[in-house]
Design a protein. Sequence first.
Length: 142
Amino acid sequence: MDDASNTTEEPVEFADFNAKLLVLDVLCYDLGVLEPYDGEDEDEADEDQDVEGQDDRARQYYDDLDLLPSHLALVTELTVDSELEVLQDVHPGWEGSDDRFDPQNWDDVLELPALRTVFAAAPLPAHVADALAAKDVEVRSA
């Protein structure tokens, strides 16, 4: 049964899809609150991957997945790393060699109500690290 069907909560719109992916990795893979994309039941066809190897069905699935305030309240830790499972769903085989999944707008991450720790594989932009510190969010090297 879909938890969203019994709630009056309005979905939260993310300003940056890549920031949403960071949150989805926690909710889908770490906490198991939402179902991750599972394309294994569908026929793999070349037209489902764009020129750069992105799985368009996975991207659409995550783009369409509603995040409610109650979901966001569960996120206490966030990992910023190119090896996140949700990123492999969207771009199978991506090695993290470029910045295609780096959030450009961190506002939604900064507004996570229960966020206490961010694990970052690489240094965060200075303005993001400063804003997290101002909210008493600890930034650790992953």
